[in-house]
Design a protein around this ligand. Sequence first.
Ligand SMILES: [Zn+2]
Ligand SMILES: [Zn+2]
Length: 277
Amino acid sequence: MKTPSPLSVLIAGSGAVRAHPTRGGPCYLVTIDGQNLLFDCGRCAVHNLSRFGVPVETISEVFITHLHFDHICDLPLLLLLSWNNGRDRRLPICGPKGIDGFLENGLRKAYVPDIESRVAHGKNRNHLEWDTMEIAKEGLVRESESFTIDTLATKHAGLINYNYRITTPSSRIVITSDSEPDPRLIDFCRGADLLLIECSGTKEFYDTQAWGGWHMTPEYVGHIAREAGVKKVILKHLVIESFSDDPNVSENMAEVVRSLHPEGETLVAEDGMRITV
Ligand SMILES: [Zn+2]
Ligand SMILES: [Zn+2]
């Protein structure tokens, strides 16, 4: 396998479901040797990619963790806008079973008047197209001469749900989905240079929410990071901020992770944050 130039990661959306003044929904860009790999495409993804200097037509491939709307709502917009802006090749989209139906209904059928009007005015219909690869089971989903991407399926809200790991000869990045605690995440994250992991809230907060069992606590994140020997941990999908008046609520969760895994570095994600691995 060829050694690539350093990987760069852009957090295009550090937030979660609810509208937030400074956080877009889940969206993370990994750039390897000039290829722009997009993981999730949630609320504000298209807007934020533009804000942070990434034209949507330069996205090379898309990987989706699960079909909750906060992770996919901007995907039709990304396809339409990149077509509008001159994309002239099919966009590969990898994700759980159902992603094809989502795009068929949420784009091709939903936007018939728009698409027909643009085609009538000279747009090439074929250039709007995309190729979906619905993941049949966890494991390897992508292999190139400089990197591999594999997945781990974990439980979350009764949905098919995949965590992604990007491996090159010199580095390893894990981007989790939303996930219930799962001890198999330790092996999956082992030796990661960067772990971009959901930490939606604390146990006390989850106890007040019907969906609290779908997510990980800072204590569990710290446990995974320590056992797996992760170098850098970045907390994302910070749902608790939409329910708390405490401006330090996410930083407090990061402190818990730091106390459990002092050998690593732990940060709270911000929109526009860039990391080189
Ligand atoms: Zn989510
Ligand atoms: Zn979710």
